[in-house]
Ligand binder design. Sequence first.
Ligand code: PA5
Length: 458
Amino acid sequence: MASESNPLDIRIDIARAKAAAVGSEHGVTPAEYAEIEPRVLEIHRILEQERRDGKYGFYDLYKDTDALEAVKAAATKFAAFEYENLVVLGIGGSALGITALNTALNPPFYNMMTKAARKRRPRLFVMDNIDPLTFKQMMRMCPPKKSLYVSISKSGGTAETTSQTMIVLDALEQKLGKDGVKDHLVVITSPRVPGAPKSLLHPVADEYGLTSLDIPLNVGGRFSVFTPVGLFPAALLGMDLDAIMAGCAAMDARTSAASLHDNPAYLRAATQYLLDTRKGKVMSVMMPYADALRDVADWYRQLWAESLGKRLSLDGAEVFTGQTPVKALGATDQHSQVQLYAEGPNDKVFNVIEAASFGSTLKIPANLTSISELEYLRGKSMNKLMSAELRGTIDALKDASRPVIKISLPRVNAHTVSQLLYMLEVETAMAGRLYNVDAFNQPGVEAGKIIARKLMGA
Ligand code: PA5
């Protein structure tokens, strides 16, 4: 177990992923950890150097107080309009971060709450697809006068986001006139600096006088949750940006350690890598036992898949690497997936996430006293049942020789969720190097984008 001390720290428990728990055919042995340790330490030195060289901007976003102030100022300006709806137009890394933050940090059924219960903050719609039926319905539900649209694209040329933006612009211009657009549309894209890709959102911002926020050039889409991509909508939704930044700082202090066993990101990366490459665990299931964290699993799915799924190694050899990430939800998927997980192919590692406290207790009433079989539930709490189900699943998986890594959040809040996301980003950077691939590009995604554009006559 990595060393943890602060009660607000998230905790990692790899005991059930070790050979001592699930056998050496399925779990990592002490010799395998000892063997990989020098490599982890060598990669740590490379990553630290590249971090200092500014190659990977995601590490230090929480330190950029100017960018944070710019986000807060823009959010304050637009919050004054008290929009009914906040509509994010974006896809992949431009959409999954704010979706994860919203589900984690806003109350369940947030969009269905009254405006007063939402503290006069907008409902959130994240439009990360181009299904015409869904988009039309969103436009009906989020009419121009009552909505702020935020078009997010690092490249500024993604067909899905561009087409959405064109439709929204047309509706805004028709209803509000050209001058009215700037109060209802914000763009978040690459900065206008030499060497930056030519974002098509720049001329849009110029033509309509739009507020434009920058995504640093050295931060890729799936690593951009702590840039304006995640933070601007988060601020409009009333999330505590300072607590988010503090969570990143707290995790950076832990994931900067040049240590395999005391660095939770490195320990997770090495464990998952060894389980994949030595024990045939070609899938990585993330299964939070808290509805609030269900979209963190979706965010992680993209991060792990796009970063590690690569044809070429860093040396240019064909390697076809990558561990397939799978998202699940406890306890729901115990009644859908766990049969397969426990008895199907032993080809998965399970990342089970626990919310140690839900911040609220729901008691099961001591009723139905005539049914003796219900005695085990009477007077207990739903919290205790959730905890028992989690424990039951991880122990049953372990007993079936399936490796499990447990992640515990003391509770789900801005400080702990940002720790979790930050840790998973650092873990992915380390895993990329262990697999010897570039975790920060996505040539396979680009190839599809180019073909689709050609089919559209570009
Ligand atoms: O992680 C990535 O880089 C991708 O998933 C992108 O976020 C996604 O393709 C959208 O790209 P863009 O933000 O350039 O519109």
